[in-house]
Design a protein around this ligand. Structure first.
Ligand code: ADP
Ligand code: MG
Length: 561
């Protein structure tokens, strides 16, 4: 029987090419798409069984099987799902951007159908990134007829009757031959297929099986091994983030952290979020204990793994994390995001923006919780990432300062350890006007500065700024809880009483000649020489003029123009 070839519509042809070249940057994605479709097909039986008494859903009979045939260069993906009728083949695989799964969700009024992944109607065609021929053999639930759909890509497809025993779908792709620039062999390699399944489809809720070669001890001989084929389930199926927090132990989270290669260390803290509101998502975040070795290098890429209903969309979604929390590792899974979404589209996605904002606030409040309840842990965290928070306050013209000011810590002259600004302000004596700080290379050096003497003598606490960024960040804050920051080396420390001020004026007029002479000797090195009340044991000290302190001047002078 001659089989009539039907053409894709003209728009479809263009769409197919566009999609293949733009949505999918990595070829390996095709496997994720075919597996997702298989999973959807089995979910559909599950949903049908909920309302149809003549159907039973025995979870054990549902699986996906992947098999590669190197000799014939074919890869087959078999499922025991709902299958497709001839009409469905025609409409779902013959029309690009038509999603049978989306229609199914609508028809069956599955509102929280968060398990069904498909909705975009293009995933299937990604197979053509690696295949020059795709064959679909399928038998629909409740039908006695099986059909074969076949296509070589953009120029069309054929449908004809065929034989198939079981309900379900079998998709065979003929893997492209290698070209001078591209090799496709990897998609026939067991280890590679396993890795791709693990990477994208680890949390598909049906077993994804493969026959893998394993070496086993021979039964009749000691110390001898033979290679045998064994059917294995490759995916771990249950995503930990869908589990109830109360079921999970610290160790579970740690294992997840390591399995996912988020870091080699143990995480300092995990944050498990389940939100079911305007936007729905699950997320597990980790605050690492140590700074990643490449943290301040160009290679470091911030971002969280992004999943759509358990299927990986993106490994590092940068839009989910502000730069100042770039050290956070983890994942977000949302059923409100489409699997087939490009990076560009994601950037403008409203749902994603909501999630990002939510996550930011959550990280902040968890860190604040640590300050309150586990100061030691927070200090450890701050040692690794405090600098990043200070940069956060400083960058974007201080746009983030309100998010971060409560998280800052500095070494205190009186406490001899790191304190928060809130600690400082809540201890301030009533007559103290400013939050005092001193800058220098190290705490020891600052301690010896003559400028600190008078403030310390008053019994006031001084914050020690030893990093370049410290003072810049503080300048962005301007004040904390309405208390201004004041460098101990600034001109007016706000310490002198009216009486003392008068005395100083008197000193100045009486010694005018001496000071003028000193100034002319130092010529352009100083702006003014005057008497001071701030010195105790040192005869003289330098103070800064205006807003830029001596330390800041040093930093600014080192910067390239
Ligand atoms: P989406 O999954 O976003 O709907 P696809 O292009 O991946 O888009 O698939 C198109 C449609 O083809 C699906 O919605 C589904 O109706 C049908 N389909 C694809 N693969 C299978 C399968 N293995 N079993 C049953 N139906 C399938
Ligand atoms: Mg799909």
């Amino acid at each position: 029987m001659a089989v009539a070839k039907k053409e894709f519509q003209a728009e479809s042809k263009r769409l197919l090419e566009m999609m293949i070249n733009s949505i999918y940057t990595q070829k390996e994605i095709f496997l994720r798409e075919l597996i997702s479709n298989a999973s959807d097909a089995m979910d559909k039986i599950y949903y049908k069984a909920l309302t149809d008494d003549s159907l039973t859903f025995n979870k054990d009979s549902y699986y996906i099987k992947i098999s590669a045939d190197k000799e014939n260069r074919t890869l087959t993906i078999t499922d025991t799902g709902i299958g497709m009728t001839k009409e469905e083949l025609e409409s779902n695989l013959g029309t690009i951007a038509k999603s049978g799964s989306l229609a199914f969700k609508n028809e069956n009024e599955i509102k929280d159908g968060h398990d069904i992944i498909g909705q975009f109607g293009v995933g299937f065609y990604s197979a053509f990134m690696v295949a020059d021929n795709v064959t679909v053999i399928t038998k629909a639930l409740g039908s006695n007829e099986a059909y074969k759909w076949e296509s070589n890509g953009a120029d069309g497809y054929t449908i004809e009757p065929t034989e198939k025993d079981e309900i379900g779908t079998e998709i065979t792709i003929k893997v492209k031959d290698n070209t001078d620039d591209e090799s496709y062999d990897e998609f026939l390699e067991e280890y590679r297929l396993k890795a791709v399944i693990k990477k994208y489809s680890d949390f598909i809720r049906y077993p994804i099986k493969m026959d893998v070669k394993v070496s086993k001890p021979k039964e009749d001989a000691d110390n001898e091994f033979e290679e045998v084929e064994e059917e294995q389930t490759i995916n771990s199926m249950v995503p930990i983030w869908r589990k109830n927090k109360s079921e999970l132990t610290d160790e579970d989270y740690q294992n997840f952290y390591q399995e996912k290669h988020y870091g080699f260390d143990k995480p300092l803290k995990h944050i498990h979020i389940s939100v079911d509101g305007v936007v729905r998502y699950n997320s597990i975040l980790f605050i690492p204990e140590n700074m990643p070795f490449d943290y301040y290098s160009k290679e470091f890429e911030k971002g969280l793994e992004l999943y759509s209903s358990g299927v990986l969309i993106m490994e590092k979604c940068a839009d989910l994390l502000p730069d100042y929390f770039s050290f956070v590792k983890g994942m977000v899974d949302s059923e409100d995001l489409s699997l087939n979404i490009s990076r560009e589209m994601l950037q403008h996605d409203r749902q994603l923006k909501l999630i990002a904002k939510n996550i930011k606030n959550k990280i902040k409040s968890e860190l604040q919780g640590l300050i309150k309840n586990d100061r030691e842990k927070y200090e450890k965290f701050y040692e690794s990432f405090g600098r990043q928070l200070k940069y956060g306050v400083y960058s974007d013209f201080g746009a983030n300062k309100d998010d971060l000011k409560d998280l800052l810590m500095f070494y205190s002259s009186t406490e001899k350890k790191l304190v928060t600004l809130d600690d400082y302000v809540s201890r301030m004596p009533e007559d103290q006007k400013y939050i005092y700080y001193a800058t220098g290379e190290s705490n020891e050096r600052i301690e010896k500065l003559p400028q600190t003497e008078l403030v310390a003598d008053k019994g006031y606490e001084i914050l020690y700024f030893t990093e370049d960024i410290d003072e810049f960040a503080i300048k962005m804050l301007l004040n904390y809880k309405e208390k201004e920051f004041k460098s101990v080396s600034s001109g007016d420390l706000g310490l002198e009483s009216e009486e003392e001020k008068k005395e100083l004026e008197k000193d100045a007029t009486e010694n005018k000649e001496l000071f003028d002479h000193m100034k002319s000797l130092l010529s352009d090195k100083v702006k003014q020489v005057r008497a001071s009340k701030r010195l105790k044991s040192h005869p003289v000290c330098l103070t800064a003029d205006g807003e830029v302190t001596i330390e800041m001047e040093k930093v600014l002078q080192q910067m390239p123009d």
